[in-house]
Design a protein around this ligand. Structure first.
Ligand SMILES: Nc1nc2c(c(=O)[nH]1)N=C([C@H](O)[C@H](O)COP(=O)(O)OP(=O)(O)OP(=O)(O)O)CN2
Ligand SMILES: [Zn+2]
Length: 125
């Protein structure tokens, strides 16, 4: 089995609505996102998936978040943009992305909200 990992980041604003403290206020983070995929079949170039394609898929999806107010975006209209919910959303979007589907599977997505705090989402294989 092979595992590949890519990282990228985005800056955005959010609120954790109902949070009993300052995180209910509008504020921002530079979120760092790591996506790990796995699979056993290499292509004729000896690659599970070209890093360029994996990075491209992640860049495309988190580009929808960059410099936005996350609470106003469709994925977070009915659930807070917590690190957990962001990680789960990115996991599902990446799993369905044309660059990835059929080539490898997403193992997990990890989202750092600060350098000290991160949430990781995965599903049973
Ligand atoms: N499990 C989670 N807990 C919290 C989340 C989250 O997404 N998942 N989010 C927040 C807020 O977004 C908050 O902005 C977190 O910021 P943070 O820098 O951690 O808060 P502090 O600056 O107060 O950190 P300290 O190091 O404790 O000063 C909150 N919780
Ligand atoms: Zn926050």
């Amino acid at each position: 089995m092979f595992e590949l990992s890519v990282k990228n980041d985005f800056g955005a604003a959010h609120r954790i609505i109902g949070y009993p403290g300052k995180c209910d206020n509008l504020h921002g983070h530079n979120w760092i996102v790591e996506a790990v995929v796995y699979g056993s079949k290499l292509d004729e170039l000896g690659m599970l998936i070209d890093f360029k394609k994996l990075k491209g898929a992640l860049r495309e999806i988190i580009g929808e978040f960059d410099h936005h107010y996350l609470n106003e975006l469709e994925p977070f209209l009915s659930s807070n943009p917590s690190a957990e919910n962001i990680a789960a959303y990115l996991y599902h979007r990446l799993s369905e992305h044309e660059n990835i589907k059929g080539k490898c599977r997403v193992k997990f997505v990890k989202v750092w909200e600060t350098e000290k705090s991160a949430a990781l989402y995965y599903e049973e294989a």
